[in-house]
Design a protein around this ligand. Structure first.
Ligand code: PLP
Length: 458
């Protein structure tokens, strides 16, 4: 039990920004399954991965043994622009809920990209620059990752080619303009600039695109253009590693003020913010030093953990990316429209998938309207307009706090507030107009996606 005599906002000092990333894989008895080459179905080595990813990032991807990986000075310097991020004691929310629980949140939205994604974008741009590359390619759905990558590339003077899912490109022009302001070249996907894009356009004229297709286009351009590599904003082990700065700062703040969390909650799209937030706490749990109730929250419309299958699957629809063993809905699964664009991915981080399979964490799903109800309460009590993705974590934190009200338990709850919702006002408009819907896939819908999961026996 914590003393809870904490300031409303806990700000760390600049010199308390982490100097090493923590690699939770080092403490996992069962390591995450290796990525497989889509052609040979053999585990991929750094040499196999290096035509697609920067060399140093390939090493990080495969490093299951080093517990600590130094953060290069240039990245530490960039982190100072927006870190340390505050850990806030949500006293106004606690009061509104009339709960004995203590609620804290770690806010990652205090930068122009508006989310935690910058933590990994700057690292990936740094290693590309260090390798002497000319530029990177990537995909973006709603635009948070593309924006973060555009900022990071501009800082290091790298070209940044972003394939943006067409429906977002057309309907969400604002993040597109932020990307262009930072010098990125933004192409709506599918496009006629790639083979995979042209094939898709021929087969499905008028398609509005998908994340899986945009990934395939970005990878094709990276491997066929001299001096370019591809970068990915979630799912991969390297991304979770970079995001450990969130958890390390949280742990420092907790230790400084005697806060002992019972429950740690994060939304889960590809798993990077949650993986980062829980990293040092999960490390303690894996080493048997402490116990925490760790909860992943996903949309009911895209329930990878709660209704998916743990199997090898492709990371993209074009089948050019490696296969990852993960909780998946099938690479052909197309989630119904949901405003949490950053959570609409069919798969899940292999690290979190293994931890979930081994019982070290649990998962819940939340319906869209109940998520926005939580967002509204949070905005009105704590003052920050949350991103729809982050609001999944808020929903679960509120539900846990309400349970405490009923049982009288004085639990300490920490959740990740991954970003702000200023670019998601169309979603808020639908919520306010009461035209927002909750679509939950039927078992038959899920079966269609499962049918696309390849049969891989190892
Ligand atoms: C991308 C995004 C997410 C989900 O991605 P993870 O890799 O699961 O963390 C969550 N919140 C925000 C604001 C995002 O932009």
């Amino acid at each position: 039990m914590s003393t809870q005599n904490t300031p409303y906002k806990i700000y760390l000092e600049e010199n308390e920004i982490p100097k090493v990333w923590y690699n939770v894989r080092a403490d996992m008895k069962n390591k995450p399954a290796p990525l497989l080459n889509p052609g040979t179905l053999q585990p991929m080595s750094a040499d196999d991965l290096s035509p697609v990813f920067c060399r140093e990032l390939c090493e990080q991807e495969l490093n299951n043994t080093d517990r600590e990986i130094p953060i290069p000075q240039e990245i530490q310097d960039f982190y100072k622009m927006y870190r340390p991020s505050p850990l806030t004691h949500a006293v106004f929310l606690e009061k509104a809920l009339d709960t004995p629980a203590h609620i804290y949140y770690k806010f990652e939205g205090n930068n122009t990209s508006g989310s935690h994604k910058l933590n990994s974008a700057i690292a990936q741009a740094y290693y590309a620059k260090k390798q002497g590359l000319k530029g990177i390619t990537t995909e973006t759905g709603a635009g948070q990752w593309g924006t973060a990558m555009a900022m990071a590339c501009s800082f290091f003077g790298l070209d940044c080619k972003v394939y943006m899912v067409k429906v977002s490109y057309e309907q969400k022009p604002f993040r597109r303009e932020v990307m262009r302001t930072y010098g990125a070249e933004v192409t709506p996907s599918p496009s006629d600039t790639t083979q995979v894009g042209r094939k898709l356009l021929a087969e499905h004229p008028g398609t509005t695109g998908s994340l899986g297709c945009a990934i395939s286009e970005a990878v094709e351009v990276a491997v066929s253009t001299e001096g370019y590599r591809y970068v990915l904003g979630s799912v991969l082990n390297q991304v979770l590693l970079h995001q450990s700065v969130i958890g390390l700062e949280t742990k420092t703040a907790c230790d400084k003020y005697g806060i002992k969390p019972d429950v740690i909650i994060g939304c889960a799209g590809g798993g990077s913010n949650l993986g980062g937030l829980i990293a040092p706490f999960m490390g303690e749990k894996l080493r048997g030093e402490a116990d925490y109730d760790i909860i992943a929250v996903e949309p009911a419309s895209c329930p990878s953990f709660t209704r998916g299958i743990y199997a090898y699957d492709f990371c993209d629809t074009g089948l050019v990316c490696p296969l990852a063993k993960m909780y998946t809905l099938g690479h052909d699964f197309i989630p119904s429209p949901n405003h949490a664009g950053g959570l609409r991915y069919h798969g899940m981080s292999p690290v979190l998938s293994q931890l979930y399979a081994d019982g070290y964490m649990r998962a819940v799903s939340a319906e869209q309207t109940s998520v926005f109800a939580a967002a509204e309460l949070f905005a009105r009590t704590e003052g920050t307009l949350p991103a729809p993705e982050s609001s999944h974590a808020i929903r679960a934190a509120i539900d846990e706090a309400i349970k405490c009200r009923e049982t009288g338990e004085e639990k300490t709850i920490i959740f990740g507030l991954t970003g702000t919702g200023y670019y998601d006002l169309v979603a808020y408009q639908q919520f306010n107009d009461k035209t927002m819907t909750d679509y939950i896939p039927t078992d038959a819908d899920l079966e269609k996606g499962f049918a696309s999961i390849p049969k891989v026996d190892l």
